[in-house]
Design a protein around this ligand. Structure first.
Ligand code: KG4
Ligand code: ZN
Length: 330
């Protein structure tokens, strides 16, 4: 069975994983950088890149040891080649190239979004193409009709902020700390989701696009009004995001002919309220609902290794001259 080493370094997680072509995750190591970025209230690209340099290679050594294999046992090296913070992407890609060169193994340059998009197939062997995917992360908010490896039809995207970005900005406005998504979700548990009237941007429009900038401004006004608790604002904000995601996804389902499942991936897919609402929507449409476990939704290297396995199986490898890309639409 093929064995893939995956590397991830496009934002503020450094990760290495070993995954087999039959979906066994032999090792996955991850080093977060929250403490380094917390004083700034967000990810500082320069700090992130330097941290990746320090920890990525030791993580590879640890992952190989965890799995009880050596580089010689690996069939290919998969590294995120974009999109993301370019300094970090370069660290991971150059590390991948060096390992591929040293071991004489093929390199697979993985689009980080493809890593998220295929991660549900690592979690669920029964998930077949095509499926409707809601990809919700810190940098992206898209509805994709996933037809096969390398075949992604984008049905909708955000016209301003990504959903995760809205969570992060709301956390900052409410003083809930960093990273924002889990902090807002925790604060929302103690709040009333109907306490604060907030807008649902673009809900009801024909095209299933997203918009979250107006929601963030409304959170700022609610905070400054000083009437509601942070918990109530967090809960109302989360409910507004869920309502937007649900309405837009429902609309996309109407045009996603032949979809075998409704699937969610990306960091925001770790959110319990988002998952519960989408599960209900899928069941109402008679479709299976697939969401990877939380750790596989947020950035990790197992999804990059798995995308590498899928691409390798399709004969899609890359030369050692492949470039790192800050922007790279699927
Ligand atoms: O996929 P990801 O780890 O990195 C990107 O590719 O962007 O997504 C990170 C985003 C952040 O904005 C984070 O706040 C959000 O996912 N996130 C969450 C939760 N966990 C992570 N948002 C809402 N609820 C969560 N539990
Ligand atoms: Zn991501």
């Amino acid at each position: 069975m093929t064995l893939i080493l995956g590397l991830e370094s496009s934002c503020d997680e450094t990760a290495a994983a070993l995954v087999t072509g039959d979906r066994r995750i032999l090792a996955h190591r991850l080093a977060g950088q929250e403490a380094a970025h917390r004083p700034y209230g967000g990810v500082v690209p320069e700090i992130a890149a330097r941290a990746h340099v320090e920890v990525l290679t030791p993580l590879v050594e640890q992952a190989l040891a965890d799995a009880g294999v050596t580089l010689a046992d690996v069939d290919a090296i998969a590294a995120t080649a974009g999109p993301g913070l370019i300094g970090g992407v370069m660290v991971g890609l150059v590390t991948g190239k060096a390992l591929a060169l040293a071991a004489g193994k093929p390199l697979v340059a993985v689009n980080h979004l493809e890593g998220h998009a295929l991660s549900p197939r690592l979690a669920d062997p029964a998930l077949a193409f095509p499926y409707l995917l809601l990809l919700v992360s810190g940098g992206h908010c898209q509805l994709l009709f996933v037809e096969g490896v390398g075949r992604y039809r984008r049905l909708a995207t955000t016209i301003d902020d990504a959903a995760g970005e809205a969570f992060d900005k709301t956390a900052k406005l409410l003083g809930l700390g960093f990273p924002g998504g889990p902090a807002v979700e925790a604060a929302a548990r103690a709040g009333n989701p109907r306490a604060v009237p907030l807008p649902r941007p673009l809900v009801g429009t024909a095209e299933p696009h997203f918009s979250f900038a107006g929601l963030k401004s409304a959170v700022l006004r609610a905070r400054d009004a000083g009437v509601h608790s942070a918990g109530d604002i967090a809960a109302s904000f989360q409910q507004a995001v869920v309502d937007c995601l649900l309405d837009r996804t429902r609309r996309a389902l109407a045009v996603a002919d032949g979809a075998t499942a409704l699937v969610v991936a990306g960091g925001v897919a770790a959110n319990g309220a988002v998952r519960a609402a989408l599960a209900d929507l899928a069941h109402a449409h008679g479709l299976p609902f697939v969401a990877p476990p939380g750790w596989l939704c947020t950035d990790n290297a197992a999804m990059i290794a798995w995308a590498g396995a899928e691409r390798l199986a399709a004969g899609l490898t890359d030369g050692l001259d492949v470039a790192a890309r800050a922007r790279w639409p699927l």
